[in-house]
Write a protein that binds this ligand. Structure first.
Ligand SMILES: *Cc1c(COP(=O)(O)O)cnc(C)c1O
Length: 351
């Protein structure tokens, strides 16, 4: 089977820099970023701050570190953070939120990546010495584990506004905010401006080899610099990453629409199989999460069968599987992968 060059739909993080991106990286002017002297990093930070409608921005090696530093800067140990169910900060950051910030996360809302202002207000505990104060509201856009779910402009602004009205900070975990903006046809700033602090990533759909940014007020960024250093994330000649990020913003942003169309193509084909449960209309961006139907094999079995057939996907739980479209897979490859996943699910079902 064609396992030597599998169609890799495990994540949009598997993309490799294109030849043109590598050239831009090789040409990057660099300096010591801890002295504030990396011109490429400085230019990227200014550009992204403006793109997100914020005063200032700070580069990080990873999205997880950006999230952790944002939470560390906006909370105190013992505080409570309100977030949608299955948030990345709770599920995918190795327990870092409680280990490094000493906060507890309260998962609120019905699931599906969102919660309402009523859910938020309903989660607030009385103000008394026995209760942890909720000091931060975190919104993930797009929401990864819910399947790339998009939070709209007004919906996000209402949540950030409710947080502010109740003396809480607001954080937008926007690792895939670019996908949300493209899906909605709005500017990233429309989604980012209402929030006190915003994280975005260049190594997901944009296809850069690494790098994330936090944007916020000048005062917030000055405080975050210290916690980035504490986390070991203050680096030196990282302008090479900034050059990749700038290249990605110039050349890989608008094309995210193709990934979204390819995800819908994949979802439509998978939904036609009796072994798979999936509502294709729920697929809004580049993430497809589907459930193995009752009587069909479990997720690890189908993932292994797909791998043997040359398609890489990941088991997200015992019966759910995630597939992600990206820059390095063509529409034809996605269509081919859909057929092979269906065959894997149905042949595994026959045992
Ligand atoms: C991927 C992701 C992150 C973390 O990014 P890394 O660069 O992998 O550390 C944070 N939040 C969300 C919603 C993500 O999808």
């Amino acid at each position: 089977m064609p396992t030597e060059h599998p169609i890799d739909l495990r994540s949009d993080t598997v993309t490799r820099p294109t030849p043109a991106m590598r050239e831009a990286m090789a040409r990057a002017e660099v300096g010591d970023d801890q002295f504030g002297e990396d011109p490429s990093i400085n230019r990227l930070q200014d550009r992204v701050a403006a793109l997100l409608g914020h005063e200032a921005a700070l580069w990080f090696p990873s999205g997880t570190m950006a999230d952790q530093v944002a939470i560390r800067t906006l909370t105190r140990p013992g505080d409570e953070v309100l977030a949608a169910r299955e948030a990345h900060i709770l599920w995918h950051e190795a327990g870092g939120t409680s280990a490094t910030s000493g906060v507890q996360i309260n998962e609120i809302g019905p699931g599906g990546g969102r919660f309402s202002v009523d859910d938020l207000l309903g989660a607030l505990k009385p103000v008394a010495a026995m209760y942890p104060p909720a000091t931060l509201v975190s919104v993930e856009n797009t929401h990864n584990r819910a399947g790339g779910v998009v939070i709209g402009v007004e919906e996000g602004a209402a949540l950030a506004g409710a947080a502010r009205a109740h003396g809480m900070a607001s954080f937008l975990d926007g690792a895939r905010l670019w996908n949300a903006a493209i899906a909605l046809g709005v500017a990233p700033a429309d989604l980012a401006r209402p929030f006190e602090v915003v994280a975005v990533s260049f190594s997901k759909g944009l296809g850069a080899p690494g790098g994330s940014v936090l944007a916020g007020s000048t005062e917030f960024i000055a405080a975050a610099v210290r916690y980035r250093r504490m986390a070991g994330g203050a680096m030196r000649q990282v302008g090479f990453f900034a050059a990749a990020a700038e290249y990605a913003l110039d050349h890989h942003l608008e094309r995210l629409a193709k990934d979204h169309a390819n995800a819908r193509l994949l979802a439509d084909r998978l939904a036609a199989s009796p072994a798979i449960e999936l509502d294709p209309s729920a697929v809004q961006t580049n993430i497809v999460i589907f459930r193995m139907a009752d009587g069909a094999p479990d997720a690890p079995t189908v993932v292994a069968a797909a791998r043997a057939a040359g398609v890489l996907i990941v088991a997200f739980s015992a019966r759910t599987i995630r597939a992600v479209t990206h820059l390095d897979v063509t529409r034809d490859e996605v269509a081919d992968a859909a057929e092979r996943i269906v065959a894997a699910a149905e042949s595994a079902a026959r045992g």
